[in-house]
Design a protein around this ligand. Structure first.
Ligand code: ATP
Ligand code: MG
Length: 558
């Protein structure tokens, strides 16, 4: 069963179904994906994208793409562009519903003025340290600010002058007037606006007061008439504040619903940490194929289908968990097995000379492009007297269960012939550098004419026709399942997360375009990298054919 065939029930789907049944939103379903453009999207965001766009699609609604760009200091257009590209790549469409929170700055300001007029907000002159210190703790109530009881007129005047740029950064804030003794600390007069004389990526120098997340977010949802405002669990304690603002303003009021964020083992997901990896050159960029970013996964060869299937498979829950990388890799493998054509490449070449094959001759053999998909047909692959096979497919002293090539033993070269190893050539250090083999011309195509059985089937390439390719083999970026929980998380970077080898590839792989995905027979799925040049293709290993990690991770999690 593939994840896409089966819709796994979850509580958000149930809520929407129930709302449609009772007519709570008049049958409308409006969700949104609201990234802050301060980094590239990662696989955690993909979960949120699939959920928000998925619910809208399923219930005939719409999902907005909204840039939550309320913080001028960390945001950049490069991130906006990458986010647009990544959401499209994942296969989702927001139609005309592309929004920027910064477009609402004027409306937000007016709503703040309305709140001041109602006596629910005030300008505070305390420093941020004083405010923090007076906030109290879980066991101790907060203290009211000496500025809390300013008159409405004074608050209106000061707030206008904050906006006009009369005061320096940090000298004043606008706060909601709620309850300094509230058991939920988020309700202890939270800050709504701060003064920041900073240029914004879209509004330039038009503003020097910027709204805080909790104040801005509910307004954004309300302005866009969102129905279900789906967010991650850490905002559960903020929901009373989300509701308070909208109730006091008496404006359209969406429903906030929280779900558990995706945590993936052996990587980090915080944008701050990912940015640090990029800035410090620990990876080659946001799209380094080892990164958990969508651009990294795309470059590595992951397909949008496999990521969507993964999101469906992990489900939507109320409890945080650490998901195994092997689940994501399973989805990638499952999709590529169906869709990726096969080809032959030798990653660690060992020369083989077929001594009874005429010198100077070559021939072309029919190879099946994808055994899972007959429509993909066959291709012709050159064969000659000199070939390469993998070093690991030969053992001079084979252990009991080794069924590949060894002295005197016969194996099949896939789609070609049976060969028998007759002689081993070594260099001065005793290293095997060449095998002298004979072939049986009667086994053309790799079929036995007399029912003779061989236990091993090897992939190969013709030495005269092969090209060199750079192949990048990736491993986990970190050596521990949950690096973010370690004090020195960078100390746990995997020093062997990238290995580069020069492979021998069959001719059909020479000129593929970046993004081309295929299976190297017996070695895994690979994807041509943008670094490829006509004389030197570069391939990334997307995923191995079998899961070598499930067992190891199982042990580590115990
Ligand atoms: P960071 O904390 O690293 O800055 P963020 O969660 O604040 O990341 P946003 O740009 O605000 O990043 O995220 C946009 C949306 O994606 C939010 O609705 C958020 O809830 C969701 N999201 C972010 N990370 C995850 C995750 N790991 N799993 C599920 N959803 C996520
Ligand atoms: Mg955020």
């Amino acid at each position: 069963m593939s994840a896409s065939d089966e819709r796994i029930p979850h509580f958000i789907r149930e809520i929407i179904r129930e709302d449609n049944r009772t007519g709570k939103w008049e049958g409308r379903v409006v969700t949104r994906f609201p990234p802050e453009p301060n980094g590239y999207l990662h696989i955690g965001h993909a979960k949120s994208i699939c959920l928000n766009f998925g619910m809208a699609l399923e219930f005939g609604g719409v999902c907005h793409l909204r840039f939550d760009d309320t913080n001028p200091t960390r945001e950049e257009d490069e991130y906006v562009r990458s986010i647009i590209e990544d959401v499209r790549w994942l296969g989702f469409d927001w139609g005309d519903h592309l929004y920027y929170a910064s477009d609402y700055f004027g409306l937000m300001f007016d709503h703040a003025v309305a709140l001041i007029r109602k006596g629910f907000a005030y300008v505070d002159d305390q420093t941020s340290e004083q405010i923090r210190e007076a906030r109290g703790t879980l066991t101790k109530p907060g203290r009211e600010s000496p500025y809390r009881n300013r008159s409405i007129d004074e608050n209106l005047d000061l707030f206008e002058r904050m906006k006009a740029g009369e005061f320096p950064d940090g000298s004043k804030v606008l706060r909601a007037k709620i309850d300094m003794a509230a058991s939920n600390i988020n309700l202890r007069d939270p800050v709504m606006y701060r003064i920041l004389h900073a240029a914004h990526h879209r509004t330039g120098d038009a503003w020097c007061v910027y709204p805080m997340y909790d104040w801005a977010h509910g307004l954004e949802d309300s302005i866009e008439r969102v129905t279900h405002s789906i967010c991650t669990l850490e905002f559960e304690d903020h929901r009373p504040l989300y509701d308070w603002f909208l109730d006091k303003l008496e404006i359209y009021h969406p429903q906030q619903i929280e779900f558990a964020r995706l945590n993936l083992a052996f990587t980090v997901m915080s944008k701050r940490k990912l940015l640090q990896l990029v800035r410090e050159g620990r990876v080659s960029g946001w799209d380094d194929p080892r990164m958990p970013t969508l651009s990294g996964m795309r470059r590595r060869g992951y397909t949008p289908e496999s990521i969507r299937n993964f999101a469906e498979m992990i489900g939507v829950a109320k409890r945080d968990s650490l998901v195994d990388m092997s689940m994501l890799e399973y989805c990638v493998r499952e999709h590529l097995n169906k869709s990726a054509p096969r080809a032959m490449a030798v990653l660690d070449p060992l020369r083989v000379v077929i001594t009874n094959y005429p010198e100077g001759r070559s021939e072309e053999l029919d190879c099946i492009n994808n055994p899972e998909d007959p429509a993909e047909g066959t291709r012709r692959v050159p064969f000659g007297r000199e070939l390469y096979i993998e070093q690991e497919d030969f053992r001079e002293d084979p252990p009991p269960k080794f069924h590949r090539l060894s002295p005197g033993r016969e194996v099949r070269l896939r789609y070609a012939y049976f060969i028998t190893c007759r002689d081993v050539v070594k260099d001065a250090d005793g290293r095997v550098v060449e095998l002298r083999c004979t072939y049986d011309p009667e086994t053309h195509g790799g079929d036995s004419p007399d029912g003779r059985k061989v236990k091993g089937t090897l992939h190969w390439v013709s030495a005269a026709h092969a090209a060199d390719a750079e192949v990048r083999l990736y491993d986990r970026l970190f050596t521990v399942p949950d690096p973010a929980s370690e004090t020195d998380w960078l100390a746990h970077l995997n020093p062997r997360s990238l290995e580069v080898v020069t492979a021998k590839i069959e001719p059909c792989l020479k000129d593929v375009s970046p993004g081309y995905r295929c299976q190297f027979e017996r070695k895994g799925y690979f994807c041509a990298d943008p670094d490829s040049r006509p004389d030197r293709p570069v391939f990334n290993r997307t995923v191995t054919l079998r899961d070598t990690w499930a067992k190891i991770e199982g042990k580590m999690n115990r």
